[in-house]
Design a protein around this ligand. Structure first.
Ligand code: GLU
Length: 893
């Protein structure tokens, strides 16, 4: 301390002591009006006066306190007048009352008798801009600052969906800037007035609607009651010990008293008000929780007493007794009130206090976050820099706090069952019942397990009701499935094949994607055709076959007649006779039909017509057969190939352009929303077809969709699902295949509440797992190895074997061949027996004799020449003649 200051200091004390010793300590009376229930404020007031008297030896104050009812202005008026009446030395100021109903009456009396009126109530919300009484000093923050501050803090929380619960019109005015942040009444923000009778139903309704962020502007004394149903945000909420409340919620409150300030701490200690919690191993002052009204009263009392004292130094106050009728006024009020408004005020516990236009113009709001029952200051808003909220935790502090939170929390992980993401573990012993996490296995289970090991937390899996991913019901305004669990704070994390979508993102936060995929089509491979040995007939319609037969008969007849008419077909039967007596026509019905048949089979014939007209006729037949047989050949190969490939779909476009094959998606999933919301005409067309299809083409889970694809008759159902799951299914079920590419590209993420403190930590785990190949390894394990993966590897080239024609396809040709040859054999036998009969008749021999001769000859297969019966007969006749001749000659001899 410099010498100059030391001298000044000593002189001052000498001056004060001399005054005290000369005039004695002058005591002034401060009046104060409180309600019966304003204990803390009264304590703060008394404590401030006591504090001043202890440290000030020049003057002292005593208090005169009046307790008045809350709602009876008439009584307040009378009691205050009585107080003035009774106070012989007069009052130096009147403090209070602390709440609005009777403020005006005291204010008007004070103004009439020029008595300073120090107030701590919130300025009139209904007429915020009304001009203040010259004798009033209100240390309560101005309404406009409060509105802006609350608005900015709520904005900084970045909530998109929230509910506002308010007490009365004043709450609404206070929250005006918050209401301006968004369109209340539109989808994402609801506003509800509450009172103790409606806490339960309103909070129940909000829970049902899935509102996880709730702003509550209500008397803090009801906070515990409200918090038992929900979470809170209130100016004094941070003072309530919430550690016994078993809630998952983060509670954010705001206050104007700085909980880490040494003056606040001193105030709390000295006045035995509020509570303090010392921070372990820290040299910092303990966290101090104090209600803001006692704080305001402490500041107000100090401002007044110090101002009064400072004016007292220069001029001895002449305080006179004033009365309600206004005949007597105090005389000092105007100067004192004005001095208080311009004086620099140090060491306050409600932040810097300055006045502008008779209102307090400065405000600092401290944002307090409560986690596991501990409150920490996270951010500060100041009217000096109204556009920004500054976060006060250092990055390291923030990280440590989050680490602590993560370690101390058992994470509830909501999920749904679905292969291979999460499945119930199968046990070898059927009687063994697995419980808790042991009951599950799967890809997502492993991911959470890895993350839990990295971050060192414990977790517990639960299966969401209805086993749904999560879709939004616009009518009920609720989310179901995993999304509902996260929004209703039933779980910290939600993981399954949950696609990150814009709609879901507006309600919850997602981690970085742990898998990327797209929508694609699952379809069945063509089933082995039912074999038809007469498939060679299929290329031509049965009617065409009938027409060909009819054409064959009619052309045969036509040729028969044509050749009879055509002179060229009448020929000389004996070419050695140049001048024959008769001409011969070889074109009987037998030859005509043989000629037509020969050319039908592309074999031609050894005899051909020679007449002009008959040649013309046969040429037309050949032309006809040329076209028919080449059409048949071409059609046969195409027909056999396509019938084995099944219906031809190549992707979404080809599905959209047909109506025969039905297709659908999972009900309520992101794939369904993709088509519903698409602006692309093909997908819109597909959505129209899907939504109008009867019976419904939508299914309740993937298993149902896959079954439908496999069992649909003639492959008439395709299922649109996500490529990751298609890949899994086609690895195991070789009857299934993916058709076409991906229609879009997206990812699966872990869902968590908006601004969840553990989000960054989870994201870095996912990145790490991506970089070190863990995610890839897990994919390999669950897709290719576990539960029958890789079963369809060898199947990929099976299509070429499908291309071969099996006997069953062309067996009919053999049937025709052998049955034709069989008939030929029968005909041959018939001809043979008929010939035997004819010979026996002709030769006058017995049938049996001829038959034996013929069969014997037939069995001598080496003989290729056969004697006719006529020759044999003449030979036998000759031998008979020779016999007769030799007998005769023998006789002559
Ligand atoms: N992954 C989808 C979702 O999160 C469900 C499956 C689908 O819609 O195909 O909604």
């Amino acid at each position: 301390m410099s010498l100059k200051w030391l001298i000044t200091y000593v002189v001052c004390w000498c001056f004060l002591l001399s005054k005290k010793s000369v005039a004695g300590v002058k005591t002034y009376t401060i009046g104060a009006i409180f309600h019966e229930d304003s204990d803390d404020i009264e304590t703060a007031f008394e404590c401030a006066v006591k504090h001043f008297n202890t440290f000030n030896t020049a003057i002292s104050f005593r208090t005169r306190i009046l307790h008045v009812p809350n709602d009876n202005s008439f009584t307040v008026y009378h009691e205050f007048c009585q107080m003035l009446e009774d106070e012989e030395d007069g009052l130096v100021a009147i403090f209070g009352p602390p709440s609005t109903p009777s403020v005006d009456i005291i204010d008007s009396i004070a103004s009439k008798i020029e008595l300073p009126n120090v107030q701590i109530h919130s300025s009139s919300y209904l007429w915020p801009n009304q001009s203040f009484n010259l004798y009033s000093i209100n240390v309560h923050p101005g309404l406009e600052q409060l509105q802006i501050g609350i608005g900015k803090i709520v904005e900084s929380l970045q909530w998109k969906v929230y509910a506002i619960l308010y007490e009365d019109i004043e709450s609404i005015i206070r929250l005006q800037q918050v209401l301006r942040l968004t369109h209340v009444g539109k989808e994402h923000v609801v506003l509800r007035k509450i009172d103790p009778t409606t806490f339960r139903p309103v909070l129940k309704e909000l829970k049902k609607l899935g509102y996880a962020h709730i702003i509550i502007d209500y008397d803090y004394r009801y906070l515990i009651e409200i918090l038992e149903n929900a979470k809170a945000l209130d100016m004094d909420a941070h003072t309530v010990d919430l550690s016994h409340l078993d809630i998952l919620a983060n509670i954010t409150t705001m206050t104007i008293t700085d909980m880490n300030d040494k003056f606040t701490y001193r105030f709390v200690k000295e006045c035995d008000i509020g509570r303090t919690i010392s921070i372990n191993n820290s040299v910092d002052i303990p966290n101090t929780y104090v209600k803001f009204r006692p704080g305001l009263m402490w500041d107000a009392a100090n401002i007044f007493m110090n101002s009064f004292f400072e004016l007292h130094l220069t001029e001895n106050h002449l305080v006179t007794k004033a009365t309600c009728d206004g005949k007597e006024t105090t005389g000092h009020g105007f100067r004192l009130a004005n001095y208080m408004k311009i004086r620099l005020i140090p060491n306050t516990i409600t932040g810097e206090i300055q006045f502008q236009n008779d209102q307090r113009s400065t405000l600092v709001l401290h944002v307090i976050e409560m986690m596991h029952g501990h409150a920490t200051k996270t951010a500060v808003w100041s009217s000096a820099n109204p556009e920004m909220v500054s976060f006060v935790r250092s990055e390291k502090e923030q990280k440590n706090l989050i680490d602590l939170y993560i370690k101390n929390t058992t994470f509830i992980v909501t999920s749904k069952t679905g292969r291979p993401y999460l499945m119930y573990k199968e046990t070898e012993d059927p009687d063994e019942v697995l419980e808790g996490n042991d009951a599950f296995e799967g890809f997502t289970f492993d991911i959470i397990d890895h993350i839990s090991k990295m971050l060192n937390f414990s977790y517990k899996f639960m299966i969401t009701a209805n086993n749904k991913h999560g879709s939004y019901d616009k009518e009920k305004k609720t989310w179901d499935g995993l999304m509902g669990d996260i929004l209703n704070r039933r779980a910290h994390l939600g993981i399954c094949d949950l696609t990150i979508t814009e709609e879901r993102r507006s309600a919850v936060d997602f981690s970085l994607p742990f898998m990327t995929l797209g929508i694609s089509i699952l379809y069945s491979k063509p089933k082995p055709q039912e074999r038809d040995i007469f498939a060679f007939m299929d290329p031509l319609d049965p009617v065409v076959w009938l027409y060909i037969i009819a054409a064959y008969i009619s052309i045969t007849l036509s040729m028969y007649f044509l050749t009879r008419l055509a002179p060229g077909d009448w020929e000389n039967p004996n070419p050695n006779d140049p001048d024959p007596e008769e001409l011969e026509n070889i074109w009987d019905l037998k030859n005509s039909s043989w000629l037509i048949l020969g050319s039908t089979m592309s074999q031609g014939s050894d005899i051909l017509p020679k007449g002009l007209s008959s040649r013309m006729g046969i040429s037309m037949w050949w032309f006809f057969i040329l076209i028919i047989s080449s059409s048949y050949t071409a059609n046969l190969s195409a027909f056999l190939t396509t019938s084995r490939l099944g219906p031809n779909i190549e992707g979404a476009e080809s599905l959209a352009s047909q109506t025969k094959i039905k297709y659908g998606t999972l009900n309520g999933g992101s794939t369904q929303s993709f088509f519903k919301q698409s602006n692309y005409s093909i997908y819109q067309r597909m959505w129209a077809q899907m939504s109008q299809a009867k019976p419904s083409v939508f299914v309740n889970d993937y298993a149902e969709g896959i079954k439908r694809v496999k069992t649909a008759k003639n492959q008439l159902y395709a299922f649109i699902m996500e490529s990751s799951s298609i890949e899994y299914e086609t690895e195991r079920d070789c009857e299934l295949k993916q058709v076409g590419g991906r229609l879009d590209s997206k990812g699966y993420g872990i869902a968590m509440p908006v601004n969840a403190p553990y989000r960054t930590a989870i994201n870095s785990c996912i990145l790490k797992m991506q970089e070190d190949g863990t995610l890839r390894g897990l994919k390999e394990k669950w897709w290719k190895e576990m539960h029958g993966g890789g079963a369809c590897k060898e199947e990929t080239d099976s299509s070429s074997s499908d291309m071969k024609l099996a006997l069953d396809n062309i067996g009919g040709v053999f049937v025709v061949l052998f049955s034709g040859v069989g008939i030929a054999c029968l005909l041959a036998l018939a001809e043979f027996f008929w010939n035997v009969y004819s010979v026996s008749v002709e030769e006058h021999k017995s049938y049996k004799q001829i038959l034996i001769t013929e069969v014997q000859f037939f069995l001598k297969v080496w003989k290729t020449k056969k004697r006719t019966y006529e020759v044999s007969r003449s030979r036998s006749n000759l031998s008979n003649v020779a016999e007769v001749y030799s007998t005769l000659t023998k006789k002559e001899d």
